[in-house]
Design a protein around this ligand. Structure first.
Ligand SMILES: [Zn+2]
Length: 66
């Protein structure tokens, strides 16, 4: 069960960037994801927000799962 404060996205998991080696950029919009930022891992990519996942994978997002 996921915290209610986080958006529900199928096959996606939020995590916190805790090390500079994890720093990257959103696969969709290019927003930097630095230490301390929350990042969303979905579809073998890293995203900054649920909307970026939705925009990059509109079909897969139509049926969210818990
Ligand atoms: Zn983004």
């Amino acid at each position: 069960m996921k915290p209610t404060s986080l958006p529900r996205v199928a096959n996606a998991d939020w995590y916190r960037v805790t090390d500079w080696q994890q720093e990257t950029a959103c696969q969709w919009c290019g927003t930097p994801l630095l230490v301390g930022d929350a990042a969303l891992e979905a579809f073998a990519g890293i995203y900054c927000s649920e909307s970026c996942v939705n925009d990059s994978h509109p079909l897969e997002m139509t049926e969210a799962k818990d």
